[in-house]
Each structure stands twice: as C-alpha cells, then as structure tokens.
Write a protein that binds this ligand. Structure first.
Ligand SMILES: N=c1c2ncn([C@@H]3O[C@H](COP(=O)(O)OP(=O)(O)OP(=O)(O)O)[C@@H](O)[C@H]3O)c2ncn1[C@@H]1O[C@H](COP(=O)(O)O)[C@@H](O)[C@H]1O
Length: 107
C-alpha cells in the first residue's frame, strides 16, 4: 500500500462513521456533536503542534501533526469532502509552480 492510500482509507472510514450511531465510535460521536466540536478539536490539535514544535521532539511533532491531519479530515467529511480533494488542490498548486519554474528558467 502506498503511504497516501491511508488518507483514502481513512476518508472511507470517516464516511461510514458519519452515518453510524453517535455511540458507535470516536468519529461518529464527533460528527454527531457537530461542526463546532470538530473545529474545536482542529484548533486544539494545532495548538499542540505549536507546543511540540517548540519542544523540538520529532516524534512528538509527527504525532501532533497526525492529530491535526486526522481531525481536519473529520472536518472535510463533515462537509462531504475527502482527503483526495485536498491532495488534488496541492497537486494543482504543484503544477502551477512547475509552470512558473519553467518560465523563470526560460528567461
Ligand atoms: N486516526 C485516528 C485518530 N487520531 C486520533 N484519534 C482520537 O482522537 C481523540 C482525541 O485525541 P486527543 O489527543 O485530543 O485525546 P484526548 O484529549 O484524550 O481526547 P478528547 O477528550 O479531547 O476527545 C482520541 O480519542 C484519539 O483516539 C483518532 N481516532 C481515529 N482515527 C482513525 O479513524 C478511524 C475511525 O475511528 P473510530 O471512529 O474510533 O472507529 C480509525 O480507524 C483511525 O484510522
């Protein structure tokens, strides 16, 4: 399995959990609590990234960034979006900067 496929698989699970009963899992519970609860988690986890970065412990940084990515994916799911939508946007920007790079090399 390619690393990025994990994002697709988590998006699939989030879609399923969104339809499930609140008490069935962490994601279902968060989805049922609603947008504000999800946003609160994203912000809370972003604050933890800040502290991990200042702390400088690489494993801690990885774990806290994973929490931000995960809760951001729950937020995407709440809005009917998926990780692939963000990957496509990043790819689009990469293509734009690729064109810029070629243009500046041609000067
Ligand atoms: N990647 C994750 C993931 N990362 C973090 N978490 C949960 O996020 C919660 C909040 O993390 P915190 O660090 O804030 O912990 P906390 O302060 O104790 O939690 P709160 O009291 O704030 O809720 C914890 O309960 C973690 O277990 C996750 N829960 C689920 N997933 C993925 O989502 C899938 C579906 O999960 P369920 O809905 O639990 O089946 C799983 O298979 C995983 O792939």
């Amino acid at each position: 399995m390619q690393n990025y496929e994990v994002l697709k698989e988590i998006s699939d699970v989030i879609e399923v959990r969104k339809q499930a009963a609140a008490e069935s899992s962490y994601v279902s519970q968060l989805m049922h609590k609603g947008e504000d609860a999800i946003l609160k988690k994203v912000i809370e986890e972003a604050g933890e990234v800040l502290m991990a970065s200042k702390d400088g412990d690489k494993l801690h940084i990885i774990k806290e960034v994973a929490d931000v990515w995960f809760h951001s994916m729950v937020l995407l799911g709440y809005h009917g979006l998926r990780a692939e939508d963000v990957l496509m946007e990043l790819q689009r920007r990469q293509n734009i900067s690729g064109i810029d790079e070629k243009a500046s090399r041609a000067k």
